[in-house]
Design a protein around this ligand. Structure first.
Ligand SMILES: [Zn+2]
Length: 255
């Protein structure tokens, strides 16, 4: 069975510098497909090139709420151009709201998020969402816009109620390295209780190291460990976890 890492920043220098070895080790661990999300305009061209150069890499482009520093009108126009020129772009992402960062400006973040959600609707793409301390605000946007392709909520860490609301809107929850920490009781309970088809697997590499790897670069090969942890928590066969998460990933992203 072949795994998918639905969220990994393979274009970040620490990974990209060693990409052949990173992909080889991932494939040896059964991880054969990788979704590479963009965080700002400067990285988009590099992501498209990287995904053309290597088998099994899928680009997503977007403006991340933590990387907003200037006027984004040009960036949004460029994003639309690239969506028209590159049908291989599988999603808008990663985009969202982050009220966890110091001096977070909700209005500024919404002014960049909202047009990207409209682009997703217009170009019939799913979205990859980054959401911290802002699930209710984001859910409000999603309920109003009703995105036909929905998307994935990357590194979900919200409540049971918020999880249910995303699922009702057609979204799936991205489960990553956080689940491997025994102290992540709330997330573990959620993953144990949700229906099998509620989540997809991701690493967010090079960030979000798994338990036992703190302080180290995270790699997509570790999706296999995340899958094993989910199987353990749910007391279900590993093959069933992999099959269900891959099916949800391929459905949402049309891989
Ligand atoms: Zn990310």
């Amino acid at each position: 069975m072949q795994l998918i890492d639905t969220h990994c920043h393979l274009d970040f220098p620490v990974i990209a510098a060693d990409i052949e070895a990173v992909l080889r080790r991932a494939r040896q661990s059964g991880v054969t497909r990788f979704v590479v999300p963009g965080v700002d305009r400067q990285r988009w061209a590099g992501i498209l090139t990287l995904c053309q150069q290597h088998k099994g890499l899928y680009p997503a482009l977007g403006l991340h709420p933590c990387f907003l520093a200037h006027d984004h009108t040009d960036d949004l126009q460029r994003l639309e151009q690239l969506l028209q020129q590159h049908p291989e772009i599988v999603a808008l992402g990663e985009i969202g709201l982050d009220l966890f960062i110091p001096d977070a400006d909700l209005r500024a973040q919404l002014s960049v998020l909202h047009p990207q959600l409209l682009l997703a609707k217009q170009y019939d793409k799913p979205v990859l969402l980054h959401v911290r301390k802002a699930h209710d605000q984001l859910l409000k946007q999603l309920r109003q816009l009703k995105l036909p392709r929905a998307g994935l909520v990357h590194a979900f860490a919200g409540s049971q109620q918020q999880a249910v609301e995303y699922l009702q809107l057609g979204f799936k929850l991205g489960i990553g390295g956080a689940i491997t920490y025994p102290r992540a009781l709330k997330l573990r309970r959620l993953v144990a209780e949700l229906p099998l088809g509620s989540f997809v697997l991701e690493t967010d590499s090079p960030d979000m190291p798994l338990c036992g790897y703190q302080g180290q670069v995270n790699y997509p090969e570790r999706v296999a460990l995340i899958a094993a942890t989910v199987a353990d928590i749910r007391q279900e066969p590993l093959a069933a976890i992999i099959e269900a998460s891959v099916l949800q990933s391929t459905n949402i992203l049309s891989l």
